[in-house]
Ligand binder design. Structure first.
Ligand SMILES: [Mg+2]
Length: 129
């Protein structure tokens, strides 16, 4: 492959990696720009939306369990991924309404889970494991 073609391919690869990766706080900032609901319903609106979208994910997975993949459209994974994206949007907006950065939530959750893993407490139940 000619050197200039490889350089172009490398540049495209970097562009695609950047396009499909985003830090949580950047995502939260962009999510806020599309959050249109009355200020009187902060917290409540995104919390209800989060529950609804989580239900959409669960419903698609339920159909997968019931019918298998044969009766689903070939883009069924992308459809579930899209619903996960809707969940993420509501998480970002709810966190913003609470004054918490999504990056902080992700980081603290990761620390919590790694701590549980170190202590052999991944399985089981309870918030304070
Ligand atoms: Mg949805």
């Amino acid at each position: 492959m000619p050197e200039h073609e490889q350089a172009l391919r490398d540049e495209v690869k970097v562009w695609i990696e950047r396009k499909y990766s985003m830090d949580f706080n950047t995502y939260q900032k962009t999510a806020k720009t599309t959050a249109i609901y009355p200020a009187t319903h902060k917290i409540l609106y995104p919390a209800l939306g989060l529950a609804g979208e989580a239900g959409e994910v669960a419903n698609k997975v339920k159909k997968l369990v019931r019918d298998g993949t044969s009766s689903l459209p070939k883009e069924w994974k992308e459809q579930i991924g899209s619903e996960i994206g809707d969940v993420l949007w509501y998480c970002a907006v709810l966190a913003d309404d609470l004054g918490i950065s999504l990056g902080k939530i992700a980081s603290e959750n990761e620390i919590k889970l790694q701590g549980r893993k170190k202590r052999g407490m991944i399985s089981g139940s309870g918030d304070s494991r």
